[in-house]
Design a protein around this ligand. Structure first.
Ligand SMILES: NC(=O)C1=CN([C@@H]2O[C@H](COP(=O)(O)OP(=O)(O)OC[C@H]3O[C@@H](n4cnc5c(N)ncnc54)[C@H](OP(=O)(O)O)[C@@H]3O)[C@@H](O)[C@H]2O)C=CC1
Ligand SMILES: Cc1cn([C@H]2C[C@H](O)[C@@H](COP(=O)(O)OP(=O)(O)O[C@H]3O[C@@H](C)C(=O)[C@@H](O)[C@H]3O)O2)c(=O)[nH]c1=O
Length: 278
């Protein structure tokens, strides 16, 4: 039986992955149980458990706050990740890590390939890119999955905000286009990766298939949940961090290498809505 260690297990993705991998021998740690910025804790846990896989769901994800907490963002998303990759290599564990569409500047007009030029336009994106680079450089057994616009029936995310806010009228940007991605679908895919690990390490894109603006996504959530909110498109919504205008990522390589058909945005949303309602 494969042993799997999960960090950041109480986060949105960690929760989904831990639930999906329930039949494995899991070692699941919240931020309180394992602070990834503490190399000693990391080393002890990995040495004692000797996991086959380390799934790093721990991250600093507050995009706007990161602009004023640069040091903290880099400590968690880059420095701790570098250490984790070193320790994973030392104990021969495969590291599964997640990055983001925000490593790109969003000036493209067609979907980004994994080897296309990165150029983050906010601190969060820069810290995640630094984490990617550290893992790549250490070059142990690793998968980096760039995911985007993650949401789920649980956790803090855009879907739940639209679903649960008391506001009757929402002004949502229609100037940013991306691929809203269900954490449930990411979790299902990660199970497949572990079950049929092709050992083709590197960076891959994984998003639900299709593209839309935040405005269109809000409208779809509104409609699917029968919320009857008034959703208005706006060209700009002032935030501390800049966000890419276009951050759709091409997942053909992922589908080919893992022989896996990634669900559409519509399918992803359908299942999240179903679980949210139940
Ligand atoms: N959310 C999104 O839209 C997207 C996310 N991603 C990436 O996916 C991954 C998962 O994100 P998501 O689940 O949404 O993030 P969440 O913010 O929901 O979860 C992150 C988890 O990491 C924990 N954490 C923070 N600092 C530490 C630390 N020092 N040691 C251990 N744990 C820590 C947090 O714990 P606590 O709450 O206690 O601080 C939290 O439980 C991340 O790598 C993120 O960059 C990529 C694209 C989109
Ligand atoms: C609250 C609000 C936000 N917005 C806009 C701001 C932003 O452009 C967009 C989404 O806002 P959020 O703050 O939920 O999303 P954001 O934190 O930018 O989401 C990102 O998180 C990180 C972790 C990632 O890695 C990215 O892939 C992406 O998912 O909606 C409005 O237009 N109207 C509003 O009322």
């Amino acid at each position: 039986m494969k042993k799997i260690l999960i960090t950041g297990a109480n986060g949105m993705l960690g929760t989904a992955i831990a639930a999906e991998l329930i039949d494995y021998t899991l070692f699941v740690f919240s931020s309180k149980e394992l602070d990834i910025t503490c190399s000693f804790q990391l080393d002890q846990k990995i040495k004692n458990i000797q996991p086959d896989y380390i799934i790093n769901c721990a991250a600093y994800t507050a995009v706007d706050l990161a602009e004023s907490e640069q040091e903290k963002a880099f400590k968690i998303n880059a420095i701790a990740v570098q250490k984790m990759a070193q320790i994973a290599k030392q104990y021969n564990a495969t590291l599964i890590h997640f990055s983001t569409d925000y490593v790109f500047n969003g000036e493209a007009t067609v979907s980004y390939l994994t080897d296309q030029k990165t150029d983050p336009i906010n601190v969060y994106g820069a810290s995640k890119l630094a984490g990617e680079k550290a893992i790549t450089q250490i070059d142990g057994k690793h998968y980096i999955f760039r995911i985007s616009w993650l949401y789920a029936p649980h956790g803090k995310n855009f879907f739940r905000w639209v679903a649960e806010t008391d506001m009757k009228e929402l002004n949502i940007v229609d100037s940013q286009t991306g691929s809203p991605t269900s954490a449930l679908d990411v979790a299902t895919f990660i199970k497949e990766v572990i079950e049929n690990d092709p050992a083709t390490y590197g960076i891959y894109n994984f998003t639900n298939q299709g593209e839309m603006t935040w405005y269109a996504f809000a409208k779809a959530i509104n409609q699917k949940l029968g919320l009857s909110k008034m959703i208005q498109p706006v060209a700009e919504f002032k935030t501390a961090a800049k966000r890419p205008f276009y951050s759709v990522m091409n997942c053909e390589k992922t589908e080919r290498v893992f022989d896996y058909q990634i669900p559409s945005i519509e399918k992803g949303l359908h299942e999240v809505v179903r679980r949210f309602k139940s």
